[in-house]
Write a protein that binds this ligand. Structure first.
Ligand code: ADP
Length: 695
């Protein structure tokens, strides 16, 4: 992209265009969506102002470049980091970056630790409008990121407080007045005070174990040996109340043992009744740890279930669930690999990253045996994988996720060494991911079944359409036979007849090819697809119906208009909509269908494809349920009630949606909202009429 001098264009008022779009995208409230929105916004800024833009997000805890154009701004490591450091100290101020760029950092909240966003453009002197648009975008996004992050932090803090509360309650029940800890030096520090015994805490805090007289026992020596002490009566000078001390070494430690214990007061004669001892304390703490872990796991499960059953497209679900699973066992840097029989292994997450298929293939051999395989950081295999998949240093964890005929692998980096509990957690949470695969398989199967049923419905028409060329072939062949028997079959005549036969065979093949193509299973591959061609293909599939019912189908879509789509799936949706429109018309003559497109009035990144008809339209009670599965008003044997509901899920998987209503032809209007490919995203020029023609 060549930089354009600011004076050559009059940049629009960015406030009008960028922020509403960004707000809408960020509204979906996932950090990934934030990054997507940033990338999209950076592109818009570039296209509109003609400057190369670099965008970094979440500078705390570490910068991540989320967008960088091909212009002169290349990420240059230390220099960029130094600039980010400096700019983050002056949020909002436009600062020079090197001698050819400038930008600013905005923070999501005052104080350290807040999310930050940096934007840099390739000019020292930025046009004021660009500068203020950049500032707005950065500030809005930083605030949003901060909001997301603090939401998560608050949840974690609440969980911690809940957990501590539960432990305290257990100890109070166990009649302890103090909980204490001592490192190897034997100096006591009080960590919890119950029953308002602050006086006791003051008495104990800072004392050395060796200075506490305890019957015949030497507390310090016992502690050094790592012995457990149960309700040991202790005496403190000037303190008459009977005190009982328990202590036990922290599990998994060695001498000199850090100790933990309780002190309880009890009347002399109740000493035997004092139930708490060191073991009880350990049991309480251990069961408490377990409880906390289970609670965390349950919460992760619930969150996961919400994702699984939510409305998001499969890809987004997959990404969120994979992160959940990795997070639950304290791993990060998630990669998801798909191995499908007969296909090259490929990286599903992150989707933009290319990876060596041979190397991915080896993952199968590494991870096939168990659900969870640890790949130690030091091994050569791990190093190769890490390098190839751009993963951070450390042990890698490989989790096998078999699903129907395919096999997914989740690869992530361990942030600590894993324990047997982690295996259990991974096993349980991975079920959610597997469930997501199954749901997707089911959905694909349902889409395919619906397609086959549509083909079934078309079969009468197809038979009719095939009969014509077959008849023509048959007549031509009979003619040849007759000519031969009469001895009149000259070369010219034979050629004319065989040409006719070939043309008819060609026609029949085309019909068959169309059907075969339509009947294929879709791959769910979303790429820029030409909408006019898809609409024409759907129309020709419906030719027999169109011919028999006399419906005219107009297609009014620019030839170069593209949407990010799976061609076969959108064609299937259109075939269904045409069928519905024809059914609604109920064979009345003069039927009309118009398939046309327009810009999405709300979203420059989307477009709308309408299918209008001149049937009776949707009455309100049908409108309310039209997208529900199994809702149909058609007679038995004709309607399944699945057409629109399947169209709805197809569109959702496309990251779009479907709108049902009535249109300009007086009948129904179904609208498909689809994503534009990045290259066709509209500039964020305000399209309100009073601004048209403004300089
Ligand atoms: P089916 O076609 O099997 O009934 P759909 O989900 O495709 O299932 O449609 C559900 C219902 O919506 C139809 O039964 C019909 O009542 C209504 N409908 C669909 N398309 C139209 C249309 N173009 N005009 C009027 N009503 C429609």
């Amino acid at each position: 992209m060549s930089p354009i001098h600011p004076a050559e264009r009059a940049p629009p008022d960015a406030d009008q265009g960028i922020l509403p779009g960004l707000r809408r995208i960020l509204g979906s409230a996932s950090p990934r969506a934030c990054h997507g929105a940033l990338v999209q916004t950076a592109r818009l800024l570039e296209e509109e102002f003609g400057f190369s833009i670099l965008m970094a997000a979440e500078i705390a805890p570490g910068p991540a470049i989320v967008w960088q154009s091909d212009g002169p701004l290349r990420e240059n490591g230390p220099a960029l980091r130094a600039w980010l450091q400096r700019a983050s100290q002056h949020p909002g101020r436009c600062l020079a970056f090197g001698d050819a760029a400038a930008g600013m950092v905005m923070t999501g909240a005052p104080g350290p630790g807040a999310a930050m966003i940096a934007l840099v453009a390739d000019a020292i002197l930025l046009p004021q409008k660009l500068e203020s648009a950049m500032r707005d975008v950065a500030e809005f996004t930083a605030r949003h990121l901060h909001h997301l992050r603090t939401g998560e932090e608050n949840m974690r803090r609440r969980q911690r407080l809940d957990a501590e509360g539960a432990r305290d309650a257990a100890l109070v029940r166990a009649s302890a007045d103090l909980v204490w800890e001592a490192e190897g030096d034997g100096i006591i520090h009080v960590t919890h005070v119950f029953h308002d015994r602050r006086d006791l805490a003051r008495l104990i805090e800072g004392r050395a174990l060796r200075d506490i007289p305890a019957g015949a026992l030497d507390l310090q020596r016992s502690a050094e040996k790592g012995q457990i002490l149960r309700a040991q009566r202790i005496a403190l000078p000037g303190w008459d109340e009977p005190l009982f001390l328990t202590a036990c070494p922290s599990p998994g430690t060695s001498a000199p043992f850090p100790l933990r214990g309780t002190i309880a007061t009890a009347p002399d004669n109740a000493a035997e009744k004092l139930t708490i001892d060191a073991r009880t304390l350990e049991t309480i703490l251990a069961s408490h740890r377990r409880e906390e872990q289970l609670r965390r796991e349950t919460e992760t499960m619930m969150l996961g279930l919400r994702v699984l059953l939510g409305e998001a497209p499969f890809r987004e679900k997959l990404e969120q669930l994979a992160r959940h699973l990795a997070g639950a066992i304290d791993c990060d840097d998630v990669r998801l690999i798909l191995l499908r029989p007969g296909e090259d292994p490929r990286l599903v997450l992150p989707d933009a990253m290319a990876a060596d298929a041979r190397l991915l293939g080896q993952i199968d051999a590494l991870g096939q045996q168990r659900l969870l395989t640890l790949l130690p950081a030091a091994s050569a295999d791990t190093a190769r994988l890490r390098e190839n998949l751009a993963m951070r240093d450390g042990d890698l964890v490989l989790i096998a996720l078999p699903s129907a005929a395919e096999r997914y692998y989740l690869l992530c980096r361990a942030r600590r060494s894993l324990n047997p509990d982690d295996h259990g957690v991974a096993e349980r949470i991975s079920l959610l991911l597997q469930q997501a695969f199954l749901l997707q398989t089911d959905q694909k199967r349902m889409i395919h079944t619906a397609k086959l049923s549509a083909l079934g419905q078309m079969s009468t028409g197809i038979a009719h359409e095939l009969r014509q060329p077959l008849n023509a072939i048959s007549i031509a062949a009979q003619n040849i036979e007759l000519m031969v028997s009469l001895g009149k079959a000259g070369p010219e005549l034979l050629k004319e007849k065989t040409d006719r036969i070939m043309a008819q065979i060609d026609r029949a093949c085309k019909v068959m090819d169309r059907m075969r193509r339509f009947g294929r299973r879709t791959a769910g591959e979303y790429k820029p697809a030409p909408l006019a061609a898809i609409a024409r293909s759907a129309r020709s599939l419906m030719d027999p119906l169109v011919l028999s019912s006399g419906i005219a189908i107009d297609i009014d879509i620019a030839d170069d208009l593209k949407a990010v789509a799976d061609e076969l799936e959108i064609e299937q949706v259109l075939v269904n909509l045409i069928q519905n429109a024809a059914d609604a018309r109920d064979a009345k003559p003069g039927g009309r269908i118009r398939i046309w497109s327009e810009d999405d009035p709300d979203d420059p990144g989307a477009l709308r494809l309408h299918v209008d008809d001149n049937g009776p339209g949707f009455p309100p009670d049908v409108l309310a349920h039209a997208l529900d599965a199994f809702f149909t008003t058609k007679p038995e044997g004709k309607g399944t009630g699945l057409g629109l509901s399947i169209a709805h899920s197809i569109l959702r998987e496309h990251g779009g949606r479907i709108l049902v209503g009535n249109g300009a032809l007086g009948g129904g209007r179904i609208t498909l909202v689809l994503r534009r490919p990045a290259a066709q995203v509209l500039p964020f020029v305000s399209r309100s009429p009073e601004r048209d023609g403004a300089p």
